[in-house]
Each structure stands twice: as structure tokens, then as C-alpha cells.
Design a protein around this ligand. Structure first.
Ligand code: BG6
Length: 481
């Protein structure tokens, strides 16, 4: 769709994110015909690597067989690598010369800068790019990854520095959860089905739970993680984004700014989280010693760390639609399963003649194995009038057998090429999300004595206090699977 040449510059190309996500996603797009043939992909980082070593590294996570092997060879021909400093202009000038070399004969040139970088070098790289690699013959788009600061003030500061360099519409703040198939499906489920849109409110919904479970700990990533904790790592961003899509009012259209306007509005209805509505935990090793505790991790320097690896927080959306309905967020590392899902529990039927009937529940399973299913009550077939709870089940694996579900990064990079901001976080949205979490995060950072960090065993369901905690908000475990 973009006329002229397209250059994608991956900053931090020798790092983990580039290798695990960015390059495999770019290949996925290429394989499916979504990268214009005249695309160049340039890696830039500090390590001096020869091209072959670099290519080996960034293709390490790309698995191909048969015809795809030939495609990979063609894809690799588009890759180049330049090493240079993040702090002085020379490297960026060399990068600019390199990019200009194939742009000379093009009328329009588009440059996409993918910042796969640690936050410490982020602003200086953005400055170096602006001074030396910013293109005046077409568009510039800059893709940035979290962390966007660590609280409201630092996020605002970062935002200020970035806005001096790039226009808001040139900036794409990635939250990769917004690229996940089931997360992209939330608006469709809500706004294209009358039987959901009509009951999506406090009159019918009892509570909503958004869960993120990982079965592994921070192994080897303790250095990064200890500075952030589970709330900054996945809750303030990924889970809150899901909540926003579940809770927002219908946008006036599918236009990206119309969607983002509604997201900001609903976030502004959520007051900061209170200590009372929070349960924190940190994992400990298993008794038999087969799995380590968080504090046993060699990459962790503070052996007395109180950083939570598990959190459950309850958010309240104070508007006409949701007043009084708890949104229970729950996220943890080193738990008993790998699972991300949204569970909407409806109220009991008023004055029901079927006393034993369970509540209706709608589940959106984000991963693994995308599914939408509704738990509802049915008459047990046969000569009885007993009620049985059963599922209306849309499992993607069974229903959409011929369709390939793209990786979140593939979907988001394609959005950038299409200039579609719908699935990216706007500056005011980011600000509103930090407002909700910052007071709590500061209380955690300052070790507020009211905040107990509950130990839980690696591989368990979380802290023992969890069941009683969620039950306080009306969550009924009996229907869960
Ligand atoms: C990242 C977090 O943003 O999301 C990681 O930093 C987490 O800690 C990851 O593991 C989860 O993403 P996904 O796509 O594997 O669910």
C-alpha cells in the first residue's frame, strides 16, 4: 500500500526482542505477502557483528520447512546490519548513508524505526535518529516498546522528550497484547452481537476477571524484573488494555482515533487502586528443591527483594454502565498453568424457579488455544428435569481449521505499515493508565507495612489467600474450569 521504498530499521537488532519477536514477525509478514518487495530491513546495534553472524542470530527462531526455506533465503537477502554507537552522530550518519543508497531513485521513501531497546538508551537513540536519519521525502514512523517509564511522572517525562522529536502520529507505542487475535476480537464480540451488547452492564454482570498465568519464573531475567515487578511488567499495560476493551463504550466508528477516544474515557472513570483491593505474592521454591524460588535466581542482586511476582488487584469503573462491578485482575509468574483469559460472570436469574442453576459465564480465552465459550444451563436430556451446566463452545482449533493465527507482532507491524493506530497506545491513554497504578506502585516500592507479600510455591495456583480474596468480590470458582 505504501508507494515508493520502505525501510525498516531495527534499533537494538542484536538483542533478544529483535531475535525472538521482531525478525520472526517480519519474516511472517514477508511469507504471507504483506511486505512490499522493495522493502529493506536494516539492523543497527552496538555489537560489531559480521553480516553472517547477525543473520544466523536473527533467524535462529524462524523455523521453516519445504517451500518456506526458499522464501527465507529471499527474505534474508533484504537484511543488512550496521554497528554503531547510540550516543554519537557518526554511527547514525553511516546508517543514514546506508539507507539513502537504495532510496536515491525513489520519489517517496518511508522509514520505520523499530526501537527494540532498553529504556536507558531509548531517548538518546531517538535523538540520534531525529538528527541524522529522519527522512524528509516521505513518512517516518517510530515503534516503541514498554517500559514507558515506571510511574506517572517518569512516563510524562519520557513522553515530553519524545514529543519534542516526533509527532504523536509518527509514534506507535506497542502493547503486544493488542495484536493478539482474541484481544482484537473483543470489540467484534461486543459490538456485533445483540445478545452480548444488550447485557454488557451492571444490571447483568456480577464480576469480571482477567487472568494471566505463566508456568515459569523470572529465570535469568531477574535483573530486569526486580526493578519492575509483575504489576509494571504485565498488569498496567497488557491486562489493563484488555480491561479497557471490555469496559469501554462503543466507539462512533472503527476509526483508530474514535476507538482510542473511548479507551481514554473509560480509563478516566477508574480511580487509583486501593491497598485494600490488592493481594501480592512472591514465589518460593518447591519443597523437593526441583524448582527455585524467586530469590534463588542468580540474576537477582537483591536477595531480600520484596518485588511481587504475583498480584491481584480490583479496579472499579465508575460510570453508569459499571458502577459496583469489580474488575479483578490477576497475574503471576511461576504458577500452575500457562493461560490468559477473560471471564465474565453474570448475575443469577432473579427469582429463578431453577434454584440449583449455575450462573452464566462468558469466557474469552486469549491463549493458549483461542476460544470463546458461554456456560449456560440446559435441561439434562432424558426423563428428568434436572438442570445441567454446559458450554456453547467456539474453539478456534476446531472451527477455523484452515486459518493461521498470526503472531501479535506480525499483526502490529502490519498495522504500522498501514498507518493504523487503533492497536497502539495513545499518549493520553498511557497517562490515564499510569494514574490508576502509580499510587499503589509507590506504596509497594516504599514497602508500605499494610502490604503483605504472600509467599506461594512455584507451580501452585498462587498465594493461599487468593480464593478468599476473589470471593470477597463475588467471584464464584465453582463454575470455572
Ligand atoms: C511481556 C513481559 O511484556 O509479556 C513478560 O515482559 C511476559 O514478562 C510477556 O512473559 C508475556 O507475553 P506473551 O505474549 O507470552 O503472553
Amino acid at each position: 500500500e505504501l508507494g515508493g521504498s520502505v525501510t525498516i530499521v531495527v534499533l537494538g537488532a542484536s538483542g533478544d526482542l529483535a531475535k525472538k519477536k521482531t525478525y520472526p514477525a517480519l519474516f511472517g509478514l514477508y511469507r504471507n505477502g504483506f511486505l512490499p518487495e522493495q522493502t529493506h530491513i536494516v539492523g543497527y546495534a552496538r555489537s560489531s557483528l559480521d553480516l553472517n553472524t547477525f543473520i544466523e542470530r536473527v533467524t535462529e527462531h524462524i523455523k521453516v520447512t519445504g517451500d518456506d526455506a526458499a522464501l527465507l533465503t529471499r527474505f534474508v537477502a533484504k537484511l543488512s546490519y550496521i554497528s554503531g554507537s547510540y550516543s554519537n552522530d557518526e554511527g547514525f550518519q553511516a546508517l543514514n548513508d546506508h539507507v539513502s543508497s537504495w532510496e536515491q531513485h525513489q520519489e517517496t521513501c518511508h522509514r520505520v524505526f523499530y526501537m527494540a531497546l532498553p529504556p536507558s538508551v531509548f531517548v538518546e537513540v531517538a535523538r540520534g535518529l531525529k538528527r541524522n536519519v529522519y527522512n524528509s521525502r516521505g513518512s517516518n514512523r517510530i515503534i516503541v516498546e514498554k517500559p514507558f517509564g515506571r510511574d506517572l511522572d517518569s512516563s510524562r517525562e519520557l513522553g515530553k522528550q519524545l514529543s519534542q522529536l516526533f509527532d504523536e502520529l509518527e509514534i506507535y507505542r506497542i502493547d503486544h497484547y493488542l495484536g493478539k487475535e482474541m484481544v482484537k476480537n473483543v470489540m467484534t464480540v461486543r459490538f456485533a452481537n445483540i445478545f452480548f451488547s444488550q447485557i454488557w452492564n451492571r444490571m447483568n454482570v456480577d464480576n469480571i476477571q482477567i487472568t494471566f498465568k505463566e508456568p515459569f519464573g523470572t529465570e535469568g531475567r531477574g535483573g530486569y524484573f526486580d526493578d519492575f515487578g509483575i504489576i509494571r511488567d504485565v498488569m498496567q499495560n497488557h491486562l489493563l488494555q484488555v480491561l479497557t476493551l471490555i469496559a469501554m463504550e462503543p466507539p462512533i466508528s472503527t476509526d483508530s482515533e474514535a476507538i482510542r477516544d473511548e479507551k481514554v474515557k473509560v480509563l478516566r472513570c477508574i480511580p487509583p487502586i486501593s491497598l485494600d483491593d490488592t493481594l501480592l505474592g512472591q514465589y518460593v521454591g518447591t519443597e523437593d528443591g526441583s524448582k527455585p524460588g524467586y530469590l534463588d535466581d542468580d540474576s537477582l542482586s537483591n536477595k531480600n527483594s520484596k518485588t511481587p511476582t504475583f498480584a491481584s488487584t480490583v479496579l472499579w469503573v465508575q460510570n453508569e454502565r459499571w458502577e459496583g462491578v469489580p474488575f479483578i485482575l490477576k497475574a503471576g509468574k511461576a504458577l500452575n498453568a500457562a493461560k490468559v483469559e477473560v471471564r465474565i460472570q453474570f448475575r443469577n436469574v432473579a427469582g429463578s424457579i431453577y434454584r440449583g442453576a449455575a450462573r452464566n459465564e462468558l469466557v474469552l480465552k486469549v491463549q493458549p488455544d483461542e476460544a470463546v465459550y458461554v456456560k449456560f444451563n440446559n435441561k439434562l436430556p432424558g426423563l428428568s428435569y434436572d438442570t445441567i451446566q454446559t458450554d456453547l463452545d467456539l474453539s478456534y482449533r476446531h472451527r477455523y481449521t484452515d486459518l493461521r493465527i498470526p503472531d501479535a507482532y506480525e499483526s502490529l507491524i502490519l498495522d504500522v505499515l498501514r498507518n493504523d493506530h487503533s492497536n497502539f497506545v495513545r499518549h493520553d491513554e498511557l497517562d490515564a493508565s499510569w494514574k490508576i497504578f502509580t499510587p499503589l506502585l509507590h506504596q509497594i516500592d516504599q514497602h508500605d507495612p499494610a502490604l503483605e507479600i504472600h509467599p506461594y510455591t512455584y507451580g501452585s495456583r498462587g498465594p493461599q489467600a487468593l480464593d478468599a480474596f476473589v470471593a470477597r468480590y463475588g467471584y464464584d470458582r465453582s463454575t470455572s474450569d
